[in-house]
Design a protein around this ligand. Sequence first.
Ligand SMILES: [Mn+2]
Length: 338
Amino acid sequence: MKTVADNPLPHEPSSAVPFDDLLAKILPSLNDGRPIYIVTHERPDGDAIGSQTALTRYLRNLHLPAFALCTDDKISETLRSFLDNVSQCPLSEFKPEDHWIATDAGDASRVAEALREYPFELVIDHHPETESGKTFGTYRYIQSHQSSACEVLTDLLEAHGYLFDDPIVNDALYLGLISDTGNFCNTNTNAETFRHAECLTRAGVQPHRIAQCLYKSQTLQQLRLYEIFLSRVRLYADGAIVFSTLTEADYEATGTRRTYTEGFTNRLLLLKTAKIAAFIEKTSALVKVSLRSIDPTYPMNTVAQLWGGFGHVCAAGFKCEPGAFSEEALVGRLRELL
Ligand SMILES: [Mn+2]
């Protein structure tokens, strides 16, 4: 049997009060009546929408004119139901000279192309720092040891004196927490994650209700898409590497969209032999690959970087032109990690 010492925490837990009150430093400069746009990454997931919703709502509660700027009109109805709780601004109405904050997006390349040149004043993220990211945002609060942008934001709000008294903020924070930890199953789950979850649950969040929203709200069309996804599963290296692929035609045939595949890559790791999973999405113009591994022994970010991508150790991805992608080459790189 392994001892605790043999199984150290994958990440150093942060201390209970890990930083000064950053929001108190920044908010005075944002309080000049101009709108504050809260932006997140393209193809937003639960953590993106959760952190965007929570921060927009929190600033609104402080009587600041904050808006969630939605750059993706194809987000799933589940995520939409969280975002619809806060003030939103359509892409057509913003003014460049207003205030800009990014959450769950530490690099300009993560936000919509139209916004990349704007002067972001605050950037909140938990993705590992990138070279290009260092010039994005005046204040950068990047905590790559934390599970989610929502966990980072929970700390920021706590330090700012938030009493966890707004159910909309709390539910949104919890959404991000369970999204990025895979419902507390991924390697980024640690004691601090549970402390934040406890804090939110004590404040009234009902974990079963958020889990129901996120994991048990599939339409029959989505299940049909998943059926196709499973039918395309192929194994390499005696089942240690699991691949599947979807194409534009699959979305059309099932009446679904690319944004409906949340969680698909992780589900390839349900296979007992699986160590590494890759979900390949093909369109005529682009190949998008999501990579997941069961633990940091198999670093996915190093592989994603070979194709210009990035990400976390156990969850990374890349996009490239169809001509630049070869499944054999990817399998070859992944085999080297085993
Ligand atoms: Mn995230």
